[in-house]
Write a protein that binds this ligand. Structure first.
Ligand code: UGA
Length: 434
């Protein structure tokens, strides 16, 4: 099938590349010429495991193309995916200007039936707005479909190739048939394609992310309570997760959720609710808990050293909002760094992938280590902020020799508490004994 994908951000690039991988002819469009040139050379602008290999293969086999020419890409395609950003506007509502602007540009160029698929995360009612734009600018018949993506950064290729489900919101029968055919290779293992109306599909995406964020904030509160009553959150996670109604996954307490999706989507759903005269009370609590959770580690540090951290140096392991990505958007690490610096401390950081992004943002306000051990040199304590695998089984003897004192504040519960105490570390983790 001939496909156009508008926007080569994270979602657009993964979608376009994975659709080419099953034999479709895909053209990805972006307004950024430099980015398009880079992609034509097979260079991925983002770090995503497996993406580079698929890019090379599909470009070499002439199934995957990149261009700035929207009209050309769109005229040849039957299905057009919109994968454009929907950043939060000043009032917390998603800004639809990119999605609606691209819809107008497409409407002005098409001359035959097209299926317009919104992949971007958009508030309920956006499909109607997109339909209205097409009505305004063209007489050509189009189907406007909501098809939210559920990709996780770091495992996006796997999530696309083997999705738990595919949600398609449309009542257009031709569009249903075409998308069923397009997605058939991805649901071989019996996972469903769930067809529904556009509004339910749009809301499904927000409900999924907000529910997962709720799980995280809930477990973070359980962890905070555990520390007060002397219980162990990891045991509670196992104890409740074995109940299939709760599920084992997404119950890890930590220093709060970050990234480009959860914070934005929880806020947008709460906002959508209030616009419709409904107060989504749980979501307000989820956001409040998350904001506080990002400060928990620094509060513990201040309880240990006192409020004034002048003269102290902290080594930070992990900056990305989660492992296997270089993404630092809404990363809890940024708040931790900010709070440490404003309390007078010095910060020396290491992350396997996110150093460049952090350096661009924070420059010389902090120092950047060559590797995880180099970060410890002369530091008063180690803080663990992202659960990268390389941090899971470190050389503790080497660490003891490098650190000024054997103190670790672990925001991701990487080590066994009893073992850490045995080898003489002061080890403060989340929701467990010290
Ligand atoms: C999330 C969703 O998981 C995807 O299904 C969705 O498609 C995507 O948003 C999106 O809307 O585009 P992502 O932001 O890549 O994916 O990251 P997650 O793996 O979901 O992690 C989000 C945050 O929650 C991270 O900061 C992570 O550290 C935190 N988290 C996750 C926890 O604190 N505890 C957990 O148990 C799980």
């Amino acid at each position: 099938m001939k496909i156009a994908v508008i926007g080569t951000g994270y979602v657009g690039l993964v979608t376009g590349t994975c659709l080419a991988e099953t034999g479709n002819d895909v053209t990805c469009v972006d307004i950024n010429q430099q980015k398009v040139d880079m992609l034509r050379e097979g260079q991925s602008p983002i770090y995503e495991p497996g993406l580079q290999t698929l890019l090379h293969r599909n470009i070499a086999e002439h199934r995957l193309h990149f261009t700035t020419n929207l009209a050309e890409a769109v005229s040849e395609a039957t299905i057009i995916f919109l994968a454009l950003p929907t950043p939060p506007g000043g009032d917390g509502a998603a800004d639809l200007s990119y999605v609606l602007g691209a819809s107008r540009d497409i409407a002005l160029t098409i001359s035959s039936y097209k299926v317009i698929v919104t992949k971007s995360t958009v508030p309920v009612g956006t499909a109607d707005k997109v339909k209205a734009i097409f009505k305004q600018y063209t007489d050509v018949e189009v189907a406007v479909v909501s098809n939210p993506e559920f990709l996780r950064e770091g495992v996006a290729i796997e999530d696309f190739m083997k999705p738990d489900r595919i949600v398609i919101g449309t009542t257009d029968e031709t569009a249903k048939g075409l998308l069923n055919e397009l997605y058939a290779p991805y649901v071989r293992q019996g996972n469903p394609i769930v067809f529904m109306d556009e509004r339910s599909s749009e809301l499904t995406k927000y409900a999924a992310n907000s529910f997962l964020a709720t799980k995280i904030s809930f477990m973070n509160e359980v962890a905070n309570l555990c520390e007060k009553v002397g219980a162990d959150v990891d045991m509670i996670r196992l104890g409740i997760g074995a109940d299939e109604r709760i599920g084992k996954r997404f119950l890890f307490s930590g220093i709060g959720y970050g990234g480009s999706c959860f914070p934005k989507d929880v806020q947008a759903l709460a906002r959508s609710a209030s616009e419709n005269d409904y107060e989504f009370k749980i979501l307000n609590a989820v956001m409040d808990v998350n904001a506080l959770q990002k400060s928990v580690l620094v509060s513990k540090i201040k309880a240990f050293y006192g409020d004034d951290l002048t003269g102290k140096t902290f080594a930070l392991w992990g900056l990305a909002f989660k492992p296997e990505t270089d993404d630092i958007r809404e990363a809890p690490a940024l708040q931790v760094i900010d709070e440490l610096l404003s309390s007078g401390a010095k910060v020396n950081v290491y992350d396997p992938e996110a150093m460049k992004n952090v350096e661009q943002l924070l420059g010389a306000t902090i120092t950047y280590a060559e590797n995880q051990y180099d970060a410890l040199n002369g530091a008063d304590a180690l803080l663990i902020l992202t659960e990268w695998s390389v941090f899971r089984n470190p050389d503790f003897i080497k660490m003891s020799n490098l650190l000024g004192s054997k103190v670790i504040f672990d925001g991701r519960n990487l080590f066994d508490v009893a073992k850490m105490n045995d080898i003489g570390f002061y080890y403060n983790s989340m929701g467990r004994a010290t």
